[in-house]
Design a protein around this ligand. Structure first.
Ligand SMILES: Cc1cc2nc3c(=O)[nH]c(=O)nc-3n(C[C@H](O)[C@H](O)[C@H](O)COP(=O)(O)OP(=O)(O)OC[C@H]3O[C@@H](n4cnc5c(N)ncnc54)[C@H](O)[C@@H]3O)c2cc1C
Length: 429
């Protein structure tokens, strides 16, 4: 039986990141390069960070835009990239009751029609700290308590309900972590005279050839013979440290997996509460049209439940180009049956109703379902994750990444996490 020291599952940002960092760690310590094998079920690397190029349009699996907090990580990636990386000052809006309000909504209620503005301001000031509309400690309660009924019910609740495809009472109050734009009354009132819509990605970067450029940067550090594409992990014997793939049996000393946690647990035969792990899936349509549409806008949020999508973004306003290039995202329950043709027809109908297309001809398209897309971070999922993590790690198995760690994060977070893990193995190299 073939044996490897480090068996890595998944060649997305996390799996490739871990492999690259581990090699860097060995090099920094003057140690031999580690014996690693990366298994990737798909025929191509990249995971959700893939880019599709079709008929002159460049699309990601879903809009992937970047704002690196760790400048050393960004510089490390850039040093391994050839093409241009654009830096863009974000312009995103929210369509509420026929009006376009700048993001973040809670800081721009003064842009609403007068009556709605008064409702939001009144409810913000007199917000009920006891929040009778939501379960204590839930994401929904946090929204009502911090912002009052008006802001919650006009945007924050319907939008997030559409995105997560679940009742927000189920989610933990910190389900979005640092990605939730917090604002207090002083910020909101100050913003009425001196706009400061700073958020974690007020400016963002984007490679001219798509998000896959970050994957290519990592691939430069991963030798071809350490990457096995089209090979899926199907089972693991934790006690014997043996893994089964669709092609072979492999012994390992450590296994680092970025596969979705519930699937890894099933493969390892670890008993767990399956009801603790729920998620949404996202159907993404990438659409190319014959001519330009709105200019200057990067993406737009749609909280209205009667509009099928929750977000639409314009690649052509980021990359340049004289033809409108859109991504359109639809949230759905993990068990929902998605009729892609039917959804496509609804998307085109709703794009026309919202005035995004007006007689435009669709000339190119692509669609993909991201499943899982947004995991539901609940008290139960956090407790179960902490418990199974201990069981797995005791057997040399590390579950990382957005879906392995059952979390809400960016590709930068994937790289920060896997670098830290690679460093803990440094003394063993
Ligand atoms: C709608 C949406 C928008 C996003 N926007 C942004 C953004 O703007 N900026 C940003 O930084 N991040 C964004 N993200 C997050 C980003 O996509 C993730 O953080 C990142 O791609 C996760 O990488 P990963 O390697 O952890 O997981 P994945 O990309 O899911 O990679 C896991 C890999 O494991 C493989 N795999 C799974 N099971 C097995 C198995 N049994 N055997 C072998 N291989 C297996 C999969 O095929 C996959 O290639 C977004 C995510 C979503 C869903």
């Amino acid at each position: 039986m073939q044996t490897v020291e480090y068996l890595v599952v998944g060649a997305g940002m996390s799996g490739l990141g871990f492999t690259a960092w581990l090699r860097a760690e060995a090099a920094a310590r003057g140690r031999p390069l580690p014996d690693v094998l990366v298994l990737e079920a798909d025929d191509a690397p990249g995971g959700y960070c893939k880019t599709v190029v079709k008929d002159g349009f460049t699309w990601d699996y879903s809009g992937h835009f970047f704002h690196f907090k760790h400048k050393d990580i960004e510089a490390w990636l850039r040093a391994r990239m050839d093409g241009e990386v654009r830096t863009v000052a974000k312009h995103s809006t929210i369509r509420v009751a026929g009006t376009d309000v700048d993001f973040p909504f809670q800081k721009n209620i003064h842009q609403l029609p007068h009556e709605l503005f008064l409702t939001c301001l009144h409810d913000l000031y007199f917000r009920d700290e006891d929040s009778p509309d939501a379960t204590a400690g839930s994401f929904k309660e946090m929204l009502y308590k911090r912002f009052g009924r008006g802001i919650a019910e006009l945007f924050l609740v319907p939008y997030n309900q559409k995105l997560y495809a679940t009742d927000l009472d189920r989610l933990d109050q910190d389900a979005m972590g640092r990605f939730f734009p917090h604002a207090d009354i002083a910020d909101i009132v100050r913003n009425m005279r001196a706009p400061d819509n700073a958020s974690y990605n007020a400016t963002f970067t984007y490679p001219a050839h798509g998000a896959i450029e970050y994957v290519r940067a990592l691939l430069r550090e991963v030798p071809d013979d350490q990457l096995a594409l089209g090979e899926r992990l199907i089972g693991v014997d934790l006690r014997r440290q043996v893994a089964w793939t669709t092609k072979r049996e492999l012994g390992f000393k450590r296994l680092v997996s970025s596969a979705p946690l519930p699937r890894l647990l099933a493969a390892c035969g670890v008993e767990h509460d399956t009801s603790a792990f729920t998620w949404n899936k996202v159907l993404v349509f990438n659409l190319g049209f014959d001519r330009k549409g709105k200019e200057g806008l990067h993406w737009m949020y749609f909280p209205d439940p009667s509009t099928v999508f929750y977000r639409v973004g314009w690649y052509d306003n980021i990359l340049g180009g004289d033809r409108m290039s859109l991504y359109v995202e639809i949230g759905a329950d993990k068990d929902a049956e998605l009729d892609v043709e039917l959804m496509r027809a609804r998307v085109l109908e709703d794009l026309a109703r919202e005035g995004i297309i007006a007689g435009h001809q669709l000339v190119a398209e692509h669609s993909v379902v991201l499943d899982p897309a947004y995991v539901h971070i609940t008290r139960a999922s956090m407790a179960e994750h902490a418990r199974v993590k201990r069981t797995l790690e005791a057997a040399g198995v590390y579950s990382v990444g957005r879906y392995g760690g059952w979390t809400y994060c960016s590709i930068e977070d994937n790289l920060v996490e896997t670098r830290a893990l690679a460093r803990t193995f440094g003394p063993l190299l």
